[in-house]
Ligand binder design. Structure first.
Ligand code: GDP
Length: 304
């Protein structure tokens, strides 16, 4: 229900467009498929992924010789879920972390404005709700506002924040945060980083230095590199995913601001294109507005 509400803009838009795509039709023909292609592309599913989905439906029409319009919606959902299943290793079950890694270290990357700080705050809240102790690290030392915003979230959620002053070495902050987490026997550490994409060499160096320092304190850290993408920016989100996956090894994705856009189809395209699991989706500004991405539930919600 919450998900339906969060995705309402995309849902309404998809619903209208799908209705128009099949108006006056009783069976799926070339024209319907062309229209469907347009619906998916204009919902920001992305051209490549859209073509894959259309091909799958075409193949089914060819095989069965006939597909009634009333079947199209459920077949569309089925094929999208199947496509996402092929590319990913299953949904995350919960806001949970492996017991074997303590502290479990999450390094968060993404450009400014995508909702990085907010997502870190929401994650801290969820982990805390799940009974885990959390430490935050303010390694985005490039902007004073980034540290201040993270501090506000740390207070709101009531978790400790490790920070230094603006301009200090991000790796040094990460060092302090992980040391502190170890000393407190904390379960999770979430480290914010600066996302300055316009200087890629700098970004790569900075992230790899932070990672090296982390691994020295907690072997195997970071256990997760979470890239935050703004779901309302459509093709920009694709581009950022491309850039960041070149700069560092990204292991999970979070797509934010899906409540504010009619283009939530971007989650399907990004999940398919990058073969990196979308773990979380943001559907609002509040603490509770972060959800685990469950592909079946998501697709079901989008196309119903
Ligand atoms: P950062 O610069 O990447 O750290 O971005 P912030 O976390 O400061 O977020 C930028 C703006 O986006 C803020 O106004 C947030 O409240 C807003 N925001 C973040 N996530 C979401 C979301 O899922 N939905 C909505 N509607 N707004 C969001």
């Amino acid at each position: 229900e919450n998900l339906d509400k969060g995705l309402s803009k995309t849902k309404e838009s998809v619903f209208k467009k799908l209705g128009r795509a099949v108006v006056g039709k009783s069976k799926v023909d070339d024209e319907v498929l062309d229209n469907l292609e347009e619906v998916l592309i204009t919902s920001d599913v992305g051209v490549d992924t859209t073509l894959k989905i259309i091909e799958r439906i075409e193949a089914r029409v060819a095989r069965d010789k006939y597909m009634g319009i009333d079947e199209l919606n459920s077949i569309l959902k089925e094929e999208i879920v199947a496509l996402l299943d092929e590319n990913n290793s299953g949904d995350v079950s919960d806001f949970d972390i492996p017991e074997t890694e303590k502290p479990y270290v999450i390094m968060v990357v993404g450009v400014n404005g995508v909702g990085k700080t907010t997502t870190i705050g929401k994650l801290a809240y969820q982990f805390k709700q799940a009974g885990k102790s959390v430490v935050l690290g303010a390694s985005d030392t490039f902007r004073a506002a980034a540290i201040e915003q993270l501090e506000i979230w740390a207070q709101r959620v009531d978790v400790p924040l490790v920070k230094q002053k603006m301009g200090s070495d991000p790796a040094s902050v990460a060092y302090d945060a992980l040391s502190s987490a170890k000393a407190q026997n904390a379960d999770v550490v979430i480290i914010d980083t600066a996302g300055r994409l316009h200087n890629k060499v700098n970004l790569m160096n900075e992230l790899s230095k932070i990672k090296k320092v982390m691994a020295r304190i907690v072997p195997g850290a970071p256990h997760e590199v979470l890239l935050i993408l703004d779901g309302s920016t459509g093709q920009n989100a694709f581009e950022q995913a491309k850039q960041f996956t070149k700069a560092t090894e990204v292991t999970a994705l979070a797509l934010t601001k899906l409540d504010g856009t009619a283009k939530g189809g971007v989650v399907i395209g990004i999940s398919d294109q990058f073969k990196i699991p979308v773990k979380y989706i943001g559907i609002g500004e509040k603490m509770e507005h972060l959800q685990i991405f469950r592909r079946r539930e998501f697709v079901e919600s989008l196309f119903s």
